[in-house]
Write a protein that binds this ligand. Sequence first.
Ligand code: ATP
Ligand code: MG
Length: 328
Amino acid sequence: MTPSPKLLCRNVWKLYGAKADDYLSQTPHPDLEGIRNAGLIPAVRDVNIAIRDGEIFVIMGLSGSGKSTLVRCMSRLIEPTAGEIFLDGQDLLKASEKELIQIRRHKMGMVFQHFALLPHLTALQNVAFPLTIQGLSKSDAESRAGEVIELVGLKGRERYFPRQLSGGQQQRVGIARSLAVEPELWFLDEPFSALDPLIRREMQDEFLRLQGLLKKTIVFITHDFDEAIRLADRIAIMKDGAIIQVATPEDLVLHPASDYVQEFTRHVPRDKVVSVATVMDAGAKGTGPGIAASARISEVAAQVVAPTPRLPWSMTPAGLSGRSTLRR
Ligand SMILES: Nc1ncnc2c1ncn2[C@@H]1O[C@H](COP(=O)(O)OP(=O)(O)OP(=O)(O)O)[C@@H](O)[C@H]1O
Ligand SMILES: [Mg+2]
């Protein structure tokens, strides 16, 4: 039996414009052209997704494809025009305003696309802020904030004001702030997009390290395919408000559901997404060290190119094969 999802979106729509609700109730399955002809903006169209507990679920798509709107609908910061959203089986759209505030404070963490720190508060005070809103005393909040600041690698900078921190450090404070409340479900909307490539990579490593420790359920928006394939368990591709495909990075590249997805993934280096299990036969008896079936080709390529001791690899019509043992 598959476990019930952490977050479930069922037939979620968000149309902007006058009388969008009326339009959707009269026309329950409108197409893109119909929506546009009615003078409405199709931000999210009939989205159905089930996000599993503990996974990193990445949403990708061109600018304006509806990523931020969808994620804001998931936390009901934006009211969907239609549909159902369940968190741990609870129907969020039926929750009262009071219940929602509690859910957002205790279960959800959010890092927004253009989030801002409070400029007159230090790094420590910024991180402690949501905890005091939760009702913690100032000293408890600051002691917990200190722990999270250390977790994101900013120990020693607790008393700095945002203007005294670099962009990357400010980003870490923002991440610490959303983590401090120990959300079960963490929404991150392009959290690293303002960073230069080197710091961005560092932040991705940091993020993966944190996730290894904390095992949150994460919805992560990015424009950047490299970032998506590094982080994602699964990727959803959005276009004009609709989800075109949800798949592992490897499946997206190897089995694109449409020409659009194929075009979208055209420049992704295959060796970074294709796993060893896809190109090697499992269970072969071998002399070399084992290779994890889930490893990406790029991760083990050095062993193939310069093995020590030399491994008995060979190419078969089906692809790369070898007598090295394949670990599942
Ligand atoms: N408050 C609003 N009123 C009207 N239209 C809106 C509103 N917010 C978003 N939209 C429209 O909804 C569509 C989806 O916007 P959204 O911000 O979700 O896109 P996105 O995929 O997050 O884009 P980006 O990658 O640029 O952040 C866009 O066409 C946008 O113009
Ligand atoms: Mg956005």
